[in-house]
Design a protein around this ligand. Structure first.
Ligand code: LLP
Length: 432
């Protein structure tokens, strides 16, 4: 029996009926499976352990994908570290009990305050993405009387990733340091106070299903590491990033065993500690967004649809809760919570939210069993870049998050209140 399954015609996540969560917590609501999180972590860790000793690699969960502290702790308890990209995520990692020596800090725009907080906590490594960042980090560390272990994130000029907006490793992308220029920047870094060169880092994109772009990037990284060592630099760590693709509709997921074999063949011989930064592959299929139908507009069974008209299912979730469909044209399969009886007619629906934009559309012309008011439905595979990308747009309060384990569940983020939003705002003196 899978984590998601129908029992008594009701969709369950582990042993909890989604209708129970909807009744007790309300909708919309993000629901995660504790087991799926663990299974995802172990699948990757097992594939890597099949190729190299466990102490040779660290899986640093890219918590931007799903940064609720309970999700981070669940993965941390299995052995994961954290890849963070802001001072806010550092606080999350601390709150989740991720040890400092398992935290890697990536990102192109770290502020001085963020650097200082990371240095104070003594994190494992900062991945530096530009010369000005290197200068500021050196200055900050020196002023604090600390030495920071760094890797330069290099841009290997490889095209990878499931969507234009999430490809990061091409020359024209804002990320990393041009691999051609990296050697001279390492020489420069070596002379800076407060900086200790520890390794090299890369991350080429997200939702990558093939080994091929990794193979290209690994070859370039291996050449770079050899060159850096020949210049006398200590390269004892290599961060190979994340980006492992998963299945939303019919995409082939990343084959973890063959990926691990590639790492063994091309990266392990460098004799470095290997860091991986997966996000989506750990949480994507571990979460869903549960929503309720508010209205059916142009109900097909009433025969009211004229030529060229569409049948809209207006649900209580919207683009502010899950932005991926409108932002990336992403597909999240929608499952009815009550299993359709055999023979239920199917209709082509547009699934839309209440936000006042045509872009607030999750699916267009999707063939689904007939839906009616108050039905529940779940957008599957919404655990990654779902709740974390939500906003208050249209003054819609952030929805709760729930973590399911066996036959129990816990609210891991409470539903926000419009009062919470208003409490953050105030009138200027001259309007009082
Ligand atoms: N490491 C770095 C430096 C990254 O920038 C990212 C993702 C990751 C690791 C994790 O990548 P993953 O394993 O999750 O593919 N919002 C987009 C995805 C943006 C990814 C940004 N960087 C989406 O919803 O598809």
């Amino acid at each position: 029996m899978g984590v998601y399954h129908y029992k008594n015609s009701e969709l369950h996540i582990e042993d909890v009926a989604l209708s129970r969560i909807a009744a007790e917590v309300g909708t919309p609501v993000y629901c995660y499976s504790f087991k799926m999180l663990q299974d995802n972590y172990h699948a990757l860790s097992k594939a890597l352990r099949g190729a190299m000793p466990a102490q040779d690699f660290l899986i640093a969960y890219a918590c931007k994908a799903g940064s609720n502290i309970a999700l981070m702790k669940a993965l941390g308890d299995e052995g994961a570290g954290a890849d963070i990209v802001s001072g806010g995520e550092l606080e999350r990692a601390k709150a989740a009990g991720i040890p400092a020596d398992k935290i890697v800090y990536s990102g192109v725009g770290k502020s001085r305050a963020e650097m200082a907080a990371a240095l104070e906590y003594g994190i494992w490594q900062i991945n530096v993405e530009s010369v000005p960042e290197l200068d500021l980090l050196s200055q900050t560390a020196a002023e604090m009387g600390k030495t920071v272990r760094i890797a330069l994130r290099v841009n290997p000029d490889v095209h990878a990733g499931g969507h234009e907006k999430i490809s990061t490793g091409r020359k024209q992308d804002k990320f990393g340091i041009d691999i051609e220029k990296a050697p001279e920047i390492y020489d420069y870094a070596a002379k800076l106070p407060g900086i200790e060169i520890a390794g090299a880092a890369m991350h080429i994109g997200s939702q990558i299903a093939e080994n091929a772009p990794f193979k290209d990037a690994f070859a370039r990284m291996a050449t770079l590491v050899a060159r850096l060592r020949a210049s006398g630099h200590n390269i004892s760590r290599i961060d190979i990033g994340g980006g492992f693709g998963i299945t939303y509709k019919d995409e082939k997921p990343m084959d973890l065993e063959s990926f691990a074999a590639l790492v063994k063949e091309m990266i392990a011989p460098l004799g470095c500690q290997i860091i991986l930064e997966p996000g989506r592959a750990l949480v994507g299929n571990a979460g869903l967004l549960l929503s309720r139908v508010l209205y059916i507009k142009n109900c097909p069974s009433e025969g009211k649809i004229g030529a060229g008209e569409r049948s809209f299912v207006i649900i209580d979730a919207a683009m502010n809760d899950l932005i991926r469909p409108t932002l990336y044209n992403a597909y999240h399969p929608l499952l009815p919570v009550r299993e359709a009886a055999a023979g239920t007619p199917e209709h082509a629906y547009d699934i839309v939210g209440p936000v006042c934009e045509t872009g607030d559309t999750f699916m267009t012309g999707e063939k689904l069993p007939e839906m009616k008011r108050d039905d529940l439905a779940a957008f599957m595979v919404s655990g990654a870049y779902g709740a974390v990308m939500s906003s208050y747009y249209n003054t819609r309060a952030l929805v709760p998050e729930v973590l399911v384990k066996g036959n129990e569940y816990a609210v891991i983020r409470k539903r926000h209140d419009v009062a919470d939003i208003l409490a953050m705002e105030q009138f200027p003196n001259w309007l009082k």
